[in-house]
Write a protein that binds this ligand. Structure first.
Ligand SMILES: [Zn+2]
Length: 273
């Protein structure tokens, strides 16, 4: 297996992986999407809500706000031994929202108004500018929100990723002797894969190709051949910002390994292997 990083930042990683089957990378993709836990608001205790938004809708919206997550400190509620309904400092974090509509105009309540309790200052919204609700003058919202670790297999609000996809590595061949430089492949390609060089089509953005074959269909000279390497994939991962991309990737690998070991152990006990 060979990995080549194309792009790396806090929330994003793009890479080429060679010498793997799509089945393996799909298992990893599904583990990233469904099994890596992140923090999300799970219970909301509403003290006062005189806005036009129902309590249930307000609680739902709070649940969808991505929160900064520390997987090294917090544990899943079902794995915590505290037995408390609201949780303890290891399985639950508290955030507070206390806003009143100003006297003139409309007050927009943003995610930055959802303040972490002083006991867990690191658990806070990833983005400060997510609108939650609008308040008219005098309307008021006061609530306590309890955030917990969870997995997206139970509810999508616990998904750590916004983009988690892969595609085959494209292989594009241009037969120079057949190419007349008509430029039809350039006109039809929405990914700008081709350019004209010395009167011939030339590949400049091979990795951008999404294998639509539109250029092959339009080339009257049959000068183009678009194929893919079935053992090489280009992977795109972008997180909500709750966790860094490398952490989501490494956690998914760890979870897949644990699952494989548990499966093997069962097979051993049954005497299959
Ligand atoms: Zn606990």
């Amino acid at each position: 297996m060979q990995i080549e990083i194309l792009k790396k930042s806090y929330a994003e990683v793009h890479f080429i992986v060679r010498g793997v089957s799509p089945r393996f990378m799909n298992s990893l993709r599904r583990a990233m999407m469904a099994d890596v836990p992140v923090m999300a608001v799970d219970d909301v205790y509403i003290v006062e809500n005189t806005s036009v938004m129902y309590d249930e809708v307000l609680a739902h919206r709070l649940g969808l706000i991505p929160l900064k997550t520390d997987l090294d400190y917090y544990v899943l509620p079902e794995e915590c031994g505290c037995g408390s309904e609201t949780g303890c400092h290891k399985c639950s974090a508290v955030l507070v929202l206390n806003v009143e509509g100003r006297e003139n105009g409309v007050t927009v309540v943003y995610s930055k108004d959802l303040k972490p309790h002083e006991a867990n200052p690191e658990v806070k919204p990833v983005n400060e500018k997510i609108p939650i609700v609008k308040l008219a003058p005098g309307q008021r919202i006061k609530l306590e929100a309890y955030a917990r670790l969870g997995k997206a297999i139970k509810h999508a609000k616990w998904s750590p990723v916004v983009r988690c996809t892969y595609k085959y590595y494209p292989v594009i061949l241009i037969v120079d002797s057949k190419c007349t430089g008509c430029g039809l492949c350039i006109d039809v390609c929405h990914k700008n894969v081709f350019t004209l060089k010395s009167g011939k089509a030339y590949v400049v953005n091979q990795l951008e190709c999404d294998l639509c074959d539109e250029c092959v269909d339009r080339c009257a000279q049959n000068a183009l051949n678009v194929d893919f390497d079935k053992n090489s994939l280009i992977f795109f991962l972008e997180t909500t910002g709750s966790l860094p991309a490398w952490k989501v990737l490494s956690e998914a690998c760890r979870i897949l390994k644990l699952k494989s070991e548990a499966f093997l152990k069962q097979l051993n006990e049954l005497g299959v292997v």
